[in-house]
Design a binder for this molecule. Structure first.
Ligand code: RIB
Length: 313
């Protein structure tokens, strides 16, 4: 398959408990529901791009177990190519333990398992799968040397590299070399704050924060700002931020909203959109993902995205 978007990243089974409010330290609470959903940031972003209309290849690692089988099957059912996937007999599939409160807020603990076993040499054996891609989409739920190897490989092939630096990392957690291979960095507010020390709580601070991210060496920044939308800043025009609005929705569960944004963004960039146009689409996807429970079940399809975009005109 000639994929427009390649995703190198994590796959996890999400173990989700809904609870009236998130527990305090040392506290025991009764939850209201328990579910398992396919998740993991890499997997979610691959599925989000595919549902938004892109041809997608996923490169990642699961364990040779029941959760791994479900994750592979979900990718295939959503037409994501699994030619780049490894099923490792010595590992168990990654897990994320998620608590969701009544306002849709969440707390997540991940156990990477097989995700940590995806190594740069694994990428070498699958690198040909990226050859026809326009976009490589990366996150930080696999080991950083593997992220760096993927970014370097794609950069060499002339592929646009998008990094969603999630979960949040400090600059000292990341190889300094990484930033020069990133064409579009897509952090949320807390990820951007940890990278820069600037809390993007106002329009002016968001611009300052994005400017600082550009000075780290990335070419463009799309700073997602939750219900405030997103800020786009290009290194060629650091004094001219663009803002795009989020869509007003009733939040049920914000899990994977950032993943929906990145997947839809990648799809539109692969089709040739500008950063600003693609970010509008990303905002629609992120907003829709908040309206349903679970990671993968909440990722919108192209028809839903187009309907929301049209309703906002
Ligand atoms: O971004 C949401 C994802 O983060 C969840 O699906 C969970 O797996 C965690 O990794």
């Amino acid at each position: 398959m000639n994929s427009e978007v390649t995703v190198v990243g994590s796959l996890s089974m999400d173990i989700v408990i809904r609870v009236a409010r998130l527990p305090a330290r040392g506290e025991t609470l009764k939850g209201t529901t328990f579910d398992t959903f396919p998740g993991g940031k890499g997997n979610n972003q691959a599925l989000a791009a595919a549902r938004a209309g892109a041809a997608v290849t996923m490169i990642g690692k699961v364990g040779d177990d029941a959760y791994g089988q479900i994750l592979l099957q979900t990718l295939s059912e959503n037409k994501v190519s699994i030619e780049g996937m490894f099923s490792d007999k010595n590992e168990t599939t990654g897990i994320a333990n998620i608590w969701v409160g009544t306002s849709g807020e969440n707390s997540i603990v991940i156990v990477p398992n097989a995700n940590n076993a995806l190594r740069p040499e694994d990428l070498e054996s699958k690198s040909h799968l990226m050859d026809k891609s326009k976009i490589l989409l990366l996150q930080l739920e696999i080991q950083v040397d593997t992220v760096l190897a993927a970014a370097k490989m794609a950069h060499k092939k002339g592929i646009t590299v998008i990094l969603n630096p999630a979960p949040a990392a400090a600059p000292s957690d990341l190889p300094a070399e990484l930033f020069q291979y990133i064409d579009v960095l897509v952090p949320n507010e807390s990820e951007a704050e940890l990278l820069t020390g600037i809390n993007p709580s106002t329009t002016e601070l968001a611009h300052q924060c994005a400017r600082k991210l550009l000075t780290m060496g990335v070419k463009n920044v799309i700073l997602t700002l939750g219900e405030r939308g997103a800020l786009i800043l290009e290194s060629s025009k650091p004094d001219k931020p663009h803002f795009v609005d989020a869509f007003k929705v009733t939040v049920v569960d914000s899990t994977a909203a950032g993943d929906a944004f990145c997947g839809a963004l990648a799809m539109r960039l692969a089709k040739g959109d500008s950063l600003v146009e693609a970010a509008k689409f990303g905002c629609a996807a992120g907003s829709l993902a908040c309206t349903k429970a679970g990671a993968v079940p909440s990722l919108p399809r192209l028809e839903e995205l187009e309907a929301l975009m049209v309703s906002a005109i």
